[in-house]
Design a protein around this ligand. Structure first.
Ligand SMILES: Cc1cc2nc3c(=O)[nH]c(=O)nc-3n(C[C@H](O)[C@H](O)[C@H](O)COP(=O)(O)O)c2cc1C
Length: 163
């Protein structure tokens, strides 16, 4: 007999998933002449050859369908000094890029100044997974500065790494 799928309280899922610390990345591109983006804690490296990374986006996201058609997406790994950027780029009914310093690549990927690292990517695959899509991104260019301490997201809070 096939057992029915296990159902969990979403708060319990968030509680346990949040025990795993992650970084915070801004995913952004210029669309119709203006920067568009959101922040994710689901950024993960996937493959070295070919170079691939992934993010998971909720089906409820209003921003992802706009970004998904962009030829290039910028991923900026937020620094410990960019907690405000993290909040602002997840905000609703706000100008997410107000007073943020950023640059666009020739192909329209948006990269935040002062990030710990950045990648210029394009969508390679999109796989439905429950209430999210796993978006696999191909890397076209990248750089990082390990002297710039990253922002950490743990237990639903922004934190810093103690040196
Ligand atoms: C720290 C942090 C991490 C987040 N991580 C994700 C994520 O991995 N995937 C996702 O779809 N949304 C994530 N969000 C939510 C989005 O940034 C955004 O708020 C959400 O997509 C709603 O905005 P939208 O409708 O404009 O997309 C995160 C928000 C915060 C503050």
């Amino acid at each position: 007999m096939v057992s029915p799928p296990q159902v969990f309280d979403p708060r319990r899922l968030r509680h346990v998933f949040g025990a795993f610390p992650s970084g915070v990345a801004a995913v952004a591109a210029v669309v119709d002449g203006a920067p568009v983006g959101l922040v994710v804690s689901s950024f993960t490296s996937v493959s070295l050859d070919p170079p691939l990374v992934s993010v998971c986006v909720a089906h409820t996201s209003g921003t992802w369908p706009v970004l998904a058609g962009a030829p290039r997406l910028g991923l900026s790994i937020l620094s410990a000094e960019q907690e405000r950027h993290g909040r602002q780029l997840a905000g609703r009914s706000v100008d997410r890029f107000a007073e943020l310093s950023w640059r666009a690549t020739d192909d329209g990927a948006v990269l935040l100044d002062g990030a710990s690292g950045w990648l210029e990517t394009s969508v390679d695959q999109q796989v439905r997974a429950g209430d999210h899509d796993i978006v696999v991104l191909r890397v076209h260019d990248l750089d990082a500065d390990h002297d710039i301490s990253p922002l950490v997201f743990h237990a639903s809070q922004f934190r810093r790494i103690e040196r």
